[in-house]
Design a protein around this ligand. Structure first.
Ligand code: GRF
Length: 204
């Protein structure tokens, strides 16, 4: 059974979907803890599912490194096999990424490498593209630059605003995330190999 820690900042709808998937005895992963960088609304989902949670408030630390060190310490208490960033709206310090890589993944509401960063949905709309997408990636030390593990295209509709488009992207993100975690758990997806292949690609 793969043990998973999920880090959030917001409403945690993707976290909730993963909690629901993991409640199925046939699903090969379990969420062992949920962490947040603020008093996130989504922590309520963890409570409802009886999953422990912790908060490491970014504002209470002098530097990103100090915050990351505490986050790392909290994660290590639970010894997860995999860390999932699910709407964590904060850049992690390089030391933490290095510590957990390649066992750390992220979801993104765009078809990477298109529209990386905090405003992937807004940026796709502003660019006037006909389609955007959803991605699940390995976390590296860039902003949404890690090797892609799964992604899918989603059309942009004429009447879309940021909220409407994001609400259509999120169910796809959830499905991709649940599937990636399942494949990691069954050994079908080898994150070490994905990292090595990704680095080979970016070096070529
Ligand atoms: C997702 O689209 C995630 O990729 C983005 O923020 C959203 C998280 O939403 N960075 P929620 O907190 O899971 O509802």
């Amino acid at each position: 059974m793969l043990s998973v820690a999920v880090l959030i900042s917001g409403t945690g709808s993707n976290l909730r979907a993963l909690l629901e998937a993991a409640a199925d005895p046939d699903y090969p992963a379990r969420i062992v803890v949920v962490g947040a960088d603020r008093d996130a609304e989504g922590l309520a989902h963890a409570e409802q599912f009886g999953i422990p949670s912790f908060t490491v408030p970014y504002a209470q630390f002098d530097s990103r490194e100090a915050w990351g060190a505490e986050l790392d310490a909290q994660l290590k208490v639970w010894r997860p096999d995999l860390v999932v960033l699910s709407g964590l709206m904060r850049l992690l310090p390089a030391s933490l990424v290095t510590e957990w890589s390649p066992r750390i993944i992220n979801t993104h509401p765009a078809y990477l490498p298109e529209f990386p960063g905090a405003h992937g949905v807004r940026d796709a709309l502003a660019a006037g593209v006909a389609q955007t997408g959803a991605s699940v990636i390995l976390v590296d030390n860039g902003v949404d630059t890690g090797p892609i593990l799964a992604q899918e295209r989603i059309p942009v509709l004429p009447d879309d605003d940021e909220h409407a488009l994001h609400e259509r992207i999120k169910p796809v993100e959830r499905r991709l995330l649940i599937d990636v975690v399942r494949r990691v758990a069954t050994g079908e997806l080898d994150l070490g190999a994905a990292a090595a292949a990704g680095h080979a690609t970016s070096a070529s």
